[in-house]
Design a protein around this ligand. Structure first.
Ligand SMILES: Nc1ncnc2c1ncn2[C@@H]1O[C@H](COP(=O)(O)OP(=O)(O)OP(=O)(O)O)[C@@H](O)[C@H]1O
Ligand SMILES: [Mg+2]
Length: 334
């Protein structure tokens, strides 16, 4: 039996179905991510797990216990949201101590645990500061410490990093992952940032319109998208109909599939005996730091190619290029 088991979850609001047939299993100590576009139902799943919203039907089971009749406060679940929601009139230490105080733990033990927790989130020197004296990233670390100090069975994180700037977000992503591994806490993170999901997760559930579109490890999700939705949502896949691709490579394909996806970094400029060949005219080339992304026109279609940035742009706009892709990098979509 898995640590968290969600079976056949449905949620409707009046006539609109928000979640349908959600099945998820999560192992103890796993870090999983719910990834999907806005409105697909991610927060609703977290709220149902926490007991803040009732499911229309289906079950949530945590550590062998059916949560149906368990009050939210007795579920041993922690939550961290995008807005830090710290108590403004309490110091960092007092904020972090809050959950243990409620449990009437011995003050000396609380002190020790707070000190330990502040060290884990790298805020040992901020214990006496008030929330308004902290940066966004520091406030979010206090919120994390406050949720973790009671050692919840499951920690739910609803876009906790999305209000932070890119650099701090990357740092907190790796902090979050190492804290999770250190404490062995089961975490469910909600995000609509693909890179964030890939960077931190053991397992990703990609959601679309109230359902789970695909589940797997980050590598599986990235390298084997099963549908056009996943291919478009994850990375910048090129998606072609069979007719388009056959026209582009100038031959009949052995596959009967209707659609195909090719990663932009799987298209390159060296010929190879078995490779498909496609030619195109460079129409646009954008450098975004470490990657150069070039769009080629091929007949009616365009395709994009991404290369690591070595020494500036490698193509001339308006010039024709020969490009190649290995057959195993042409992914069949269902
Ligand atoms: N109390 C409610 N009454 C009616 N509809 C609701 C209610 N709460 C959520 N919804 C609808 O349920 C759907 C899913 O909402 P949810 O908040 O779970 O999405 P989300 O995936 O978390 O989106 P976002 O990334 O924007 O936070 C949305 O279409 C939303 O409008
Ligand atoms: Mg949400």
């Amino acid at each position: 039996m898995s640590y968290v088991m969600i079976e056949n979850l449905h949620k409707t609001y009046g006539a609109s179905t928000v979640l349908s047939t959600i099945d998820m299993t999560i192992e103890k100590g796993e870090f999983v991510t719910l990834l999907g576009p806005s409105g697909c139902g991610k927060s609703t799943i977290l709220r149902i797990i926490a007991g803040l919203t009732d499911a229309t039907s289906g079950t949530v089971n945590i550590d062998g216990i059916d949560m149906q009749n368990v009050q939210p406060k007795n579920r041993e679940i922690g939550m961290v949201f995008q807005s830090y929601a710290l108590f403004p009139n309490m110091t960092v230490k007092e904020n972090v101590a809050f959950g243990l105080k409620m449990k009437k733990i011995d003050p000396r033990e609380i002190d020790e645990k707070v000190r330990e927790m502040l060290a884990i989130v790298h805020l040992s020197d901020k214990g006496n500061a008030y929330p308004n004296e902290l940066s966004g990233g520091q406030q979010q670390r206090v919120a994390l410490a406050r949720a973790l100090i009671v050692r919840p069975k499951v920690l739910l994180l609803d876009e906790p990093l999305s209000a932070l700037d890119a650099q701090i977000r990357k740092k907190l992503q790796s902090d979050l992952r190492s804290i999770q591994m250190e404490l062995g806490i089961t975490m469910i993170l909600v995000t609509h940032d693909q890179e964030e999901a890939m960077a931190v997760s053991d397992k990703i559930f990609v959601m679309n319109k109230g359902g789970i579109a695909q589940r797997g490890t980050p590598t599986e999700i990235y390298t084997k998208p099963e549908s056009e939705f996943i291919a478009n949502f994850i990375g910048h896949y090129n998606v072609f109909t069979r007719a388009e691709l056959e026209h582009m490579v100038g031959m009949k394909l052995p596959s009967e599939c209707a659609k195909f996806a090719i990663r932009p970094e799987a298209i390159y400029f060296e010929a190879g005996a078995k490779n498909f060949h496609m030619s195109g005219i460079a129409i646009e080339s954008v450098m975004s730091g470490n990657v150069i992304r070039t769009v080629f026109q091929s007949g009616e279609r365009t395709f994009s190619v991404e290369q690591l940035h070595h020494r500036g742009h490698f193509v001339e706009i308006g010039k024709a290029y020969e490009c190649y892709v290995e057959p195993e990098d042409v992914i069949e979509l269902t």
